[in-house]
Design a protein around this ligand. Sequence first.
Ligand code: ADP
Length: 606
Amino acid sequence: MVVDADNYAILKANPVAADLLGYSGQELAGLSLMELADPENQQRLQDFLARIRAEQMLDRITCSLCPSDGFRFPSELSAQMLPSSCGKHQMLLITFQDLSERIRASEDIALRNIAIANVHSGVTIADARQPDLPLIYVNKGFQEMTGYSAKEAVGRSCRFLQGVDRKQPQLEELRAALREGRACVVRLRNYRKDGTLFFNELHISPVRNDAGELTHFVGIQLDVTERERARERLTLSETRYRQLANTVDDLIIRRDADDIIEFASSASIRMLGISPQQMVGMNLKALLHPEDRAALTAQVKRILQSEGPRTITFRMRLPNGLYRWFESRDRLVTDDQEDGDPALIVSVIRDVTLRKRAEEETRRALEKEKEINELKTAFISMVSHEFRTPMTGIQSSATLLRKFSDKLTEEKKVQHLKNIDSALKRMNRLLDDVLFFSRAEADKLQVNRAERDIHNYLHGLIEGLSLIYPGHQVITDIKLPKGSRHLIDEHLLNHILQNLIGNALKYSPPEQPVTVTVEVSDGDLLFTVADQGIGIPDADQAKLFDAFHRATNVGTIQGTGIGLNIAQRAVELLQGRIMFESKQGVGSTFTVRIPVDIPNTQTQSS
Ligand code: ADP
């Protein structure tokens, strides 16, 4: 602006001046400069301008100006006299500048300086353009953290904080970042002025100028000693816990309520063939037998409800696909648990397969014992009942012979003696069966094969039976060359054939002959016993070989119900097969197939 030096009337203003003051160029011309000055500044401004005029100099003053909108602003105003040749008036050239922005910026910087100076963390600035990056600024936080004053720190490389502890791996990372002018975060062991150690988490950021040149590094230091010590303590206790868990033979696992394993002791390798590392993240349930998974879910529910330890047994799969039994003692871990932490369960698991097997064996043995006891009772009642009939027969024949021997005809006497003989034979057979049955129950039977002439053997056997069942007829059809010999176990074969032929005779009327056939078929000896007796009802056929089972149609025919069971056991011992076909009221055919070319390992001469 050009201003009259006498009365400060504005003679001319450029558009920038008009704009800053909020008037048009014309409006300004005519106003006095003093009207635009803040009233508080007017006197000072007048004095200043008077001095400019008197001393014919150029100078500047800071004063506040009032634009048309009334919002005053600070300005830097300079003034100088214009040469007098310019007109009759003495004129002043006034230039001014709005200082608001600059002031605001410097206020901002001052604020930031205060903030940086007062933050609790250490803040440092190092000059990147000087060798060895000397510190040019350290804040109060740094001084408190390290014990070094600004005077002691500024001008030195930050390195002095490491003392003699120079072999820290993180230092390499820091040096590389400084060399490459990039940001980095490292955790260093640093030492205070008094020599005490502290852990310094150092955040370094490079600062570049407008041209992109690296000028400074700003460093923020955080004292993380407490955090570091807590971490060290945690690692130490975790290591000790792990060592402890690994010395125990049982498998120790820690899992969450969803059964996800987060720790497993080294016993997992020995027990399950899975390394502890592999176990982590696995679901415990996935290792369990599908049938045992529901029990585990129920167990977790119970544990979450009450804190006491609980025991559960389940099967787990081994890498070979087989399952073993394990017992797990589970307990909810509440120590050190903060609100919101997931519930954790610690389980101590041991292999109890052997114990389970022993339990199972004991249970089976008890069951067997119970079965044997029941069998014994049935047996005793059956045997006493069966013995009574022949014994009564013997007794009556003997009494008659004793009392009336002089009155009986010779023929009658012979008949009574035959009766006694037959009854004795029947008792003998019964005793034989009883003995066989009890030895079979005790697994004491052995196979003893010896060469025998089948013709002779079979005729002898049938002869004996005929004495027990007098009046019955047996037709034998032996399809083997006379005198041919075979390896047989006579004792076992007796039990088979005596029972089958005896039954055929017993369950048919005397007039219906029983046919016994022997042949060699596919290298086996094949015996067939056929009768036309009472037959076996369909409903009874399935259980026919069970001990003490008798068909519903036996009526008053005497029997024990163990004959067929004995025959079947003997056939099995000889590795043969026994089959039958029967129709009630028509008759029955029993077939026994016995291999005779078996390697005769158990043969003894008989
Ligand atoms: P039992 O001493 O009662 O004859 P077994 O064990 O020898 O006992 O036979 C079991 C049952 O099988 C007999 O009680 C009878 O009902 C039936 N049974 C066996 N053989 C014959 C047969 N040849 N004819 C009809 N029923 C038979």
